[in-house]
Design a protein. Structure first.
Length: 221
C-alpha cells in the first residue's frame, strides 16, 4: 500500500524487486491488492465476497455474502490463489502485512483480520485507507515494527507505511491468513472466495483472478 539521487534510486530498487521472476499467483495478487489503494476512486470494479454456486468453463456464478446472485466471466488465463490460515506467531517485526481494522476512540486500530504477505508481495497496496469489509473499516498495508503480547487484549503492533504509522491491536479471535499458490481445481461449488471484478454495462462482471479459501476457509479480507 531527500536529495535527487535518492528519488532516482529508490523507485529503481523497488522496480527491480518487482521485476524479478516471481510465481504468477503473486504477480496477479499484487494487482488485486494494489487496486485497493483506489477504493475511493470511481472505478468500475468492486470486491466480491461470497460462495461459488456454479462454474461452467469460464462462466462463474457467485452468491455474495449479501445474498445477491452474480455472474462473473473469467478471463481465458485466469488464476487462482489459495488463502490459508496461519498463526499470529508468524507475524514478526519486519513482516509486511495487510490489516483490515476498525478505528478506536483512543486512536488505535482494532484488527478484523491480518494478512501476512509473502515476501515477493512486500509493498503491495502500501498505506492506510478506507476498506469495505464493514462500514467504517480501514485497511493498513504496512511493515510491522514491533509486536508485544498484551494478555487477553491480544497483540499490540506498530505498523509503519510510507506516509505514517498506526497502532494495531490484534484480538485473539482475529483471523490470520496468508497466500499460497492455488489452482483451478479449487474453483468448485461451495468454495468461499474473494474476487475483484469489473462491472459490465449489462450488470455482469469480468475477472482475471480468484482468491479462494483453502480447506473451507472463508477469506477474511
Amino acid at each position: 500500500m531527500r536529495g535527487p539521487d535518492r528519488k532516482t534510486k529508490e523507485p529503481s530498487n523497488r522496480k527491480n524487486k518487482t521485476m524479478r521472476p516471481a510465481p504468477s499467483f503473486l504477480i496477479g495478487l499484487v494487482c488485486l491488492v494494489s487496486a485497493s489503494v483506489f477504493a475511493q476512486a470511481p472505478l468500475p470494479a468492486q470486491r466480491i465476497r461470497g460462495d461459488i454456486v456454479a462454474i461452467n468453463g469460464l462462466d462463474l456464478q457467485v452468491k455474495s455474502r449479501t445474498g445477491e446472485m452474480l455472474a462473473i466471466k473469467l478471463a481465458d488465463n485466469y488464476t487462482v490463489t489459495a488463502v490459508v490460515k496461519t498463526d499470529l506467531d508468524a507475524v514478526k517485526p519486519g513482516s509486511f502485512v495487510g490489516a483490515a481494522s476498525m478505528p478506536q476512540p483512543d486512536g488505535t486500530q482494532k484488527a478484523l483480520e491480518v494478512l501476512l504477505f509473502p515476501e515477493a508481495m512486500r509493498g503491495a497496496g502500501e498505506g492506510h485507507y478506507p476498506w469495505d469489509l464493514k462500514p467504517g473499516s480501514m485497511m493498513t498495508n504496512a511493515t510491522v515494527t514491533d509486536a508485544v503480547v498484551e494478555g487477553v487484549a491480544g497483540r499490540r503492533m506498530t505498523l509503519k507505511y510510507k506516509d505514517g504509522e498506526k497502532t494495531l491491536i490484534v484480538p485473539p479471535d482475529a483471523p490470520i491468513v496468508t497466500f499460497e499458490p492455488g489452482d483451478r481445481t479449487m474453483a468448485v461449488p461451495g468454495a468461499h472466495l474473494l474476487v475483484t471484478a469489473a462491472k459490465q454495462p449489462d450488470g455482469t462482471f469480468t475477472a482475471g483472478r480468484l482468491a479462494i479459501g483453502k480447506a473451507g476457509l472463508v477469506p477474511p479480507m
